[in-house]
Design a protein around this ligand. Sequence first.
Ligand code: FAD
Length: 286
Amino acid sequence: MKPPPFGYHAPGTVGEALDALAAAPGGKVLAGGQSLIPLLNMRLAAPSDLVDINRVAGLDTLHAGDGGVRVGALARHARVERSAEAAAVQPLLGQALRHVAHPVIRNRGTVVGSLAHADPAAELPAVLAVLGGTVDTASAAGRRTIPAAEFFAGPLESALRPGELAVSAFFPAAPPRTGTAFTETARRHGDYALAGVAAVVTLDEDLRVSAARGGYLGIAATPLVLDLAGAAGPGGDWAAAAAYVRERIDPEPDIHAGAAYRRHLTGVLTERALRAAAARALRRTG
Ligand code: FAD
């Protein structure tokens, strides 16, 4: 199928991009196009204008520092996935990115685009949410920093306002003695997951669990973050944490999986991911 007609703009600077967005209230940003172009071709979206940011200088950035990893709006999935610097500061990013679609799509799709798309079955929104990251935006009205807890408003709905460009996303660093793990189940590798979890476990100096969280995809309208430290206890009873998650979630059935199966699966994935994250946290104590 072919997309409906649209005006096309190819700005070279952030200022030009913001001008183009301000002049086209029914317009959309085009980044990697891995979600937007299929939506246009299937006529599920009909923006008046596309503001293609691929030539905008200064957005193709990836910076891993002490505080975390900042990913610019044009940093592609594949680049972030393969970055040793990013993995050293926040390994959960690379662990999750391996599950996003296929290599061809990861070569073109962007991390920030995936957050802006706000698909509840996508991996990166759950990662940003469980880490308590932020999205930085710019528009003709000024700049904002939006916490992950406010960024995901509903299925395919972010807190971005018309005319607003997501400039970068920030994924906070893993604290000392912290391990992370990502696991999901999809019918075929690269498909959207039926359910998945991004797990973070932190140990104290006596190697007791001091923090444990799960960030969930595929089971609610927005990424769900659950604090699991209380359920797991200081000794790390991961089966108890999984039982707690099964009780807490209320997944919807769809054509891919029923609610009971999703609930069971989410428990299994929780236990698996927490166990792997705790093992990694132990290795980071030595
Ligand atoms: P685009 O397609 O360019 O844009 C997506 C949306 O975000 C649009 O509404 C656009 O206006 C908005 N947007 C993009 N960038 C910005 C910005 N900087 N500021 C404001 N708004 C912006 N995704 C997964 O997470 N997991 C999967 O398993 C998965 N499987 C896929 C399988 C296939 C076959 C395909 C085609 C896609 C799959 N995807 C999957 C989707 C895809 O990987 C991401 O959604 C995509 O990479 C998003 O980034 P993009 O740069 O391509 O965004």
